[in-house]
Design a protein around this ligand. Structure first.
Ligand SMILES: NC(=O)C1=CN([C@@H]2O[C@H](COP(=O)(O)OP(=O)(O)OC[C@H]3O[C@@H](n4cnc5c(N)ncnc54)[C@H](OP(=O)(O)O)[C@@H]3O)[C@@H](O)[C@H]2O)C=CC1
Ligand SMILES: O=C(O)CCC(=O)C(=O)O
Length: 428
């Protein structure tokens, strides 16, 4: 049976011919190093008890501690978390961070919980996985439906268990508890640098480029705003309830404001309302958004959005994967055969984990950087690694996705060689 992980790992088959790594390494990288499944009891506000499934996967840690976010979503399952941890492994190597890949999640619809229940669930998750994580072992961060506030609770709970202040076990924290300047906008800012580096190669200028963005959370709303500010015409955005379209372009700051204003009370963790609540725009479905006649399509929600079923309907010429895994392997092949450029998640959304790395470094040193320093270091890394992957794709005549995997595999291979393959593969 094909799983999300087996689908994701098909990209290794395309990359291996162009990378200088052994078959052994590829074989090893087809399975996660360790997966933990836990059950988390939650006392609801009404006094009842519910038990939720949680996961933490350490996919590979040959280049450093595992690193990756925690997702709270009803669709979370072990296969999804393993796939997300797989992508983290290659993302961290692709942009040369000294981390391996990890990921976690809880199968829950957090929008049905009160803020206090979300806090108890977050702390309960850490109680359950505390022995599996650590600042030098496996470091958490935000992902879908988790945020800085939840990271703060998780870091605090870990510190309570360890009986020592441990800011480095979680990144994406609020500034008041050791967060970094620029982490909130880092995923989108990184994607912006990738887009700005590649668009001139396609001879495209912002003013003549239309954009549609699927997903209007941390990553989607900020990339929409950054692109609009830079002069791109963002004509469509969406969230879990649907989307809006305006041929003239949308006023993104006011849409962000509208969405934020739908938080229920100052203590609410999630926005209750939708971008669709803005009445003056044409309402579209998420399916329609993906098929719009735009130049740039930015999936920034969940995986598996562009599949073999709708890949033929995509009209955009460039797809920038801000979400993890939004294009299935089969869809990727179809888009490539239609000469649509797909710029992969492991490059496009790597700005988030890059600033998480900066946060971890700051936590270890106890010395904090200015916003300008974070911004400059992020820009330098994203531009440098984008150029490197673009160069491989041109030299080898392969897609940018395959080039990203080649780049990451070569780095993973160098590390394993340097440590000694006897240790890694347990040779006789
Ligand atoms: N946050 C980060 O630092 C990073 C995130 N990513 C990836 O980016 C993607 C988005 O994450 P992030 O922005 O953090 O998550 P958020 O929780 O902040 O936002 C998720 C957004 O996706 C929308 N959404 C949920 N389900 C659907 C759906 N079925 N169709 C359309 N939209 C939907 C949500 O809608 P609603 O508002 O209605 O709930 C929300 O607007 C994920 O793939 C994540 O793994 C990658 C790297 C780093
Ligand atoms: O910031 C991080 O450590 C990881 C973010 C993440 O989960 C991702 O890049 O998918």
């Amino acid at each position: 049976m094909s799983t999300l992980l087996s689908d994701a790992s098909k990209h290794l088959d395309l990359a291996i011919k162009h990378a200088t790594v052994s078959d052994d390494l590829i074989t090893r990288l087809r399975a996660p190093k360790a997966s933990l499944t836990v059950s988390i009891p939650l006392r609801r506000d009404d006094g009842s008890l519910e038990v939720f499934q949680g996961y933490r996967v350490r996919y590979d840690d040959s280049r450093g501690p595992a690193k990756g976010g925690v997702r709270f979503h009803p669709g979370v399952n072990l296969d999804e978390v393993q796939s997300l941890a797989f992508w983290m492994t290659f993302k961290c190597a692709a942009v040369n961070l000294p981390f391996g890949g990890g990921k976690g999640g809880i199968t829950v619809n957090p929008k049905t919980l009160s803020p206090m229940e979300v806090e108890r669930l977050s702390r309960g998750y850490i109680d359950a996985i505390a022995d599996f994580i650590g600042p030098d072992v496996d470091i958490l961060a935000p992902d879908v439906y988790t945020n800085a506030r939840i990271m703060s609770w998780m870091m605090d709970q870990y510190s309570i268990i360890r009986r020592q202040y441990s800011p480095g076990v979680v990144t994406g924290k609020p500034l008041a508890v050791g967060g970094s300047q620029g982490r909130e906008s880092a995923t989108a800012m990184g994607a912006f640098f990738v887009i700005q580096t590649l668009m001139p190669k396609f001879d495209r200028r912002p003013a003549e480029t239309t954009v549609a963005v699927q997903g209007f959370g941390n990553a989607g709303s900020i990339i929409a705003e950054l692109l609009a500010e830079a002069g791109y015409r963002v004509v469509a955005v969406s969230d879990s309830q649907g989307g809006i379209y305006s041929k003239q372009g949308l006023d993104i700051p006011s849409i962000r404001q509208h969405k934020e204003s739908t938080r229920e009370g100052v203590k609410a963790v999630y926005c209750a309302g939708s971008v669709c609540g803005i009445v003056e725009h044409e309402v579209i479905t998420n399916e329609q958004l993906l098929a719009l006649d735009v130049d740039v399509l930015i999936p920034a929600a969940l995986e598996g959005q562009i599949t073999a079923d709708n890949a033929h309907q995509i009209q955009a010429k460039y797809v920038f994967e801000v979400a993890n895994g939004p294009v299935t392997f089969a869809a990727d092949q179809i888009l490539e055969s239609r000469n649509i450029y797909v710029i992969p998640d492991i490059l496009v959304n790597a700005g988030g984990v890059t600033v998480s790395y900066f946060e971890w470094v700051q936590n270890r040193n106890g010395l904090y950087w200015s916003g300008a320093e974070v911004h400059n270091q992020l820009q330098q890394k994203m531009v440098e690694e984008t150029e490197a992957m673009w160069c491989i794709s041109q030299q080898e005549s392969i897609s940018v996705r395959s080039a990203a995997y080649v780049h990451a595999l070569n780095r993973l291979g160098e590390t394993v060689e340097a440590k000694g393959t006897h240790r890694y593969f347990r040779h006789a």
